[in-house]
Design a protein around this ligand. Structure first.
Ligand SMILES: Cc1ncc(COP(=O)(O)O)c(C=O)c1O
Length: 433
């Protein structure tokens, strides 16, 4: 997997591009999406799994789905859809968009998650009737009852409710608000033979932001041993084990995807062998892994302000709350780095936006500062990994913090640069309020 970040001649490069050059040429505040990174992420994970499957003689395949919810940018979705085996949807509206994207590729997978209100469920039925390769992952018992009434041979999955997990000190490791309980699954296991529904998938998903091997393995083993195994033994149509999202990111750790794929495949091989069941094909629904690192934001430091002789404030030309909603709302790690003047002296400083909001600041919470170049004239700052969930949290094209405009938006593919949207205009902002 490529190393995206590089320092050359005192400057930061991302995916081979000089960020200073892009900032000067296009102006700031700036958002840049590198579509090639989405392609690379998808193809390399598929290759790692295909290789592990072959090497370990695993009977089953690896199916990569893009979890659309991570980024609804049309170009990002098209790129992800092109290289993936299918798309994962999480709402009625998402499914309508997905149908448009896959109109001429109806054999590709659509896996529908989330709570199903009637519009979503009806639309799943409609997509099935229109010939799409759609699997409805049932998340609640009332969904099952409503689906049964449709009297169709729709492929379905069961999302299992994962029990809360604790560490040795008794602290909670994971808790799950989704899925069907053991009793509900027991009921479906007996009842489904009286319906036309075809049960093909057992699904679990753990919240993805912070991949931890220990948690992942506990949850996988629970979903496999307690649900996949007994269900597979009585319902032979089951052929997929869906491990959801949460695939670890390479920029967070020096992660080896060949090892990761071998570890998952070996785990499933051993668990299947111990239980005496056939190995399943694996479905993986990747949101953050597909999208996060494909996008970065760039801001210019426009002033330095010293207050109280603590660490100085470097003021950037936007609101940091617009730049990093995922960081502020969910504590998601976003890497913030200076772009230029990297050869000179560094000082302890803090970043602040141009608004008068006291929360519009950024520094490493544990330290109380970040290290930034002392030379702050023409200094640019990059926020790396803003491609997942940020657009929807921000409401792309909408009204933002203190009415500040949304960044100019560039998309780069095969070194070709396209301006997707210019800095948001006052008319555009006012038309949304
Ligand atoms: C069912 C399901 N699958 C996949 C994902 C994507 O997770 P991630 O972005 O961590 O890959 C989510 C995220 O909420 C989800 O709920």
């Amino acid at each position: 997997m490529n190393n995206l970040v590089e320092v050359k001649d005192g400057e930061l490069f991302y995916n081979g591009f000089s960020l200073k050059k892009l900032a000067i040429e296009y102006g700031t505040p700036l958002k840049i999406t590198f579509l090639d990174i989405i392609k690379e992420r998808i193809t390399s994970l598929k290759e790692a799994f295909d290789k592990a499957i072959k090497e370990l003689n695993y009977n089953g395949s690896f199916i990569y789905l893009n979890a659309n919810k991570a980024n609804y940018g049309l170009l990002e979705l098209k790129e992800a859809s092109y290289y993936s085996d299918g798309l994962e949807t999480s709402s009625y509206y998402d499914l309508l968009l997905t149908r448009k994207l896959l109109e001429n590729q109806k054999d590709r997978y659509i896996v529908s998650n989330g709570y199903k209100m009637d519009d979503y469920l009806d639309s799943i039925v409609d997509a099935f009737k229109a010939g799409f390769n759609i699997i409805d992952v049932i998340d609640s018992i009332d969904e099952y009852e409503r689906l049964k009434e449709k009297n169709i041979s729709l492929k379905v999955g069961l999302r299992v409710h994962l029990s809360a997990k604790y560490n040795e000190e008794g602290d909670i490791l994971t808790d799950d608000r989704f899925g069907l309980t053991k009793d509900e699954i027991e009921y479906i296991k007996k009842d489904i033979k009286n319906t036309k529904l075809i049960l093909e998938v057992i699904h679990f998903h753990q919240r993805g932001f912070d991949y931890e091997k220990e948690k992942f393995e506990l949850n996988l083993k629970e979903a496999f041993n307690e649900y996949y195994v007994p269900l597979k033994k009585s319902i032979p149509s089951i052929k997929y084990f869906n491990i959801g999202g949460g695939t670890p990111l390479p920029t967070d750790y020096n992660f080896d995807y060949d090892d990761y794929a071998k570890y998952v495949i070996t785990l499933l091989l051993n668990l299947s062998k111990e239980a005496g069941v056939a190995t399943p094909s694996i479905i993986s629904e990747n949101g953050k892994y597909s999208q996060k690192d494909a996008t970065i934001n760039i801001y210019k430091v426009i002033a330095k302000k010293d207050t109280d002789k603590v660490y100085p404030w470097y003021i950037v030309d936007s609101s940091l709350l617009i730049a990093l909603p995922e960081y502020y709302a969910l504590g998601e790690a976003i890497v913030v780095k200076p772009i230029n003047n990297l050869d000179g002296k560094f000082i302890k400083a803090r970043l602040a936006g141009v608004t008068c909001d006291c929360d519009d600041v950024y520094y490493q919470k544990d330290l109380g500062y970040i290290n930034l170049p002392e030379k702050h004239d023409d200094l640019y700052i990059a926020c790396l990994g803003t491609g997942s969930y940020q657009n929807s949290m921000n409401g792309k094209g909408g009204v933002h913090h203190c009415l500040l405009p949304e960044e100019k938006d560039l998309v780069i593919k095969d070194s070709k640069i396209v301006v997707r949207s210019n800095l948001q205009t006052l008319e555009d902002i006012l038309s949304k309020i």
